[in-house]
Design a protein around this ligand. Structure first.
Ligand code: AHM
Ligand code: MG
Length: 334
């Protein structure tokens, strides 16, 4: 019989090393973990409980919502609003920030999340995930506004994702490396299965939606052309390609065996700087990838150093194995 380290034990032991830790953060993470278990259960049961398919609504980004987008959003909010650890939340599925209702105590953290990333995949039974980022509420602020959320990614206290795939996984960083946990459904606990995850510096695997190729900028065109040219091209090596259309699954693959993921700037819709959202997709994934020894950039700047201007701001994303990301960045400089 195994007796593994649960995510709660892991977090408590990690927090004990920090002077002045009150246990607040551990409790907050526990509530997030509970939300991920509930979402995992819904995603897993799927058609049996009628949660697949499209809802009759759009989110603030003008995207049609899936039923499970709305359910997952409610689950994260309900699991996290009551305990007194948060001052407010922001979600991909909420137009504005979500203040903690007056009937509950308020806390010192801000939670940002994408409740169900890659949800276009839900109806075809391909992996989806939840992404989250935790910031500190600025000192003295008890009624946070949007502006209080607009902190660069370097200020994140914690970033993580849950991946609802063949197994349900939770991957976390609090700025001290990256650790992965697998949900054991029989006992209802996430157990440490992937300690100290690292992204190999080199890779021969890239991920990009090539249907957008004609809209990309020159540096990305050049990088992908060189990958596709294989042994006969400038790189002198064969490359492999993947595109799941679920960022959580792509980042998890990169944490497992290396690779580069790109959703770059394109000219498809000039009003958008990219597809992915800075505050609850790009920043948390960048923190995880950097903490695992990888790199993350827009092509022109480090994502985590960007000064955000909106909670739903979009950014170009190029992340993964360090040497490949640096190569794409160098092509932007050329
Ligand atoms: P979502 O948050 O609406 O699900 O969109 C984000 C997802 C990412 O997980 C994925 O990398 C990307 O959108 C896929 O986009 P596309 O369908 O253009 O390939
Ligand atoms: Mg998303």
């Amino acid at each position: 019989m195994y007796n593994g380290v649960t995510v709660t034990q892991f977090i408590i032991e990690e927090q004990r090393r920090l002077p002045g830790a009150t246990g607040d953060f551990t409790s907050l993470l526990n509530d997030i973990v509970t939300a991920c278990k509930v979402i995992s259960n819904g995603v897993n049961k799927g058609a049996l409980i009628g949660v697949l398919g499209t809802a009759e609504s759009e989110n603030v980004q003008g995207e049609t919502q899936k039923k499970m987008d709305i359910i997952a959003n409610d689950v994260v909010i309900k699991s996290n609003e009551w305990a007194g650890h948060l001052a407010a939340m922001a979600s991909e599925e909420e137009d504005d920030i979500y203040p903690i209702p007056a009937r509950y105590p308020k806390g010192k953290y801000l939670l940002l999340f994408d409740p169900l990333d890659g949800s276009s995949n839900i109806d075809v039974n391909i992996s989806v995930g939840t992404i989250f980022s935790i910031l500190r509420c600025p000192d003295g602020v008890t009624e946070p506004t949007k502006e209080d959320f607009l902190q660069p990614g370097t200020e994140q206290v914690c970033a993580g994702y849950a991946l609802y795939g063949p197994s349900t996984l939770l991957v976390l960083t609090t700025g001290n490396g990256v650790n992965g946990f697998t949900l054991d459904r029989d006992i209802g606990e996430f157990i440490l299965t992937n300690p100290n995850m690292t992204v190999p510096a080199d890779t021969r695997e890239f991920a990009i939606n090539t249907s957008n190729q004609r809209f990309w900028e020159e540096p990305v065109q050049r990088y992908v052309d060189e990958c596709l040219a294989g042994k006969e091209g400038a790189r002198g090596e064969e490359f492999n390609m993947r595109w799941v259309a679920s960022m959580v699954a792509e980042v998890h693959r990169i944490l497992t065996r290396g690779g580069i993921f790109m959703y770059p700037k394109d000219t498809k819709d000039p009003s958008k700087a990219g597809k992915l959202r800075l505050m609850y997709e790009a920043n948390p994934m960048s923190m995880i990838v950097e903490q695992a020894g990888g790199a993350s950039s827009t092509g022109r700047e480090r994502i985590m150093e960007m000064k955000p201007n909106d909670i739903h701001q979009r950014v170009p994303v190029i992340l993964g194995s360090k040497n490949e990301v640096e190569r794409v960045v160098s092509y932007h400089k050329d």
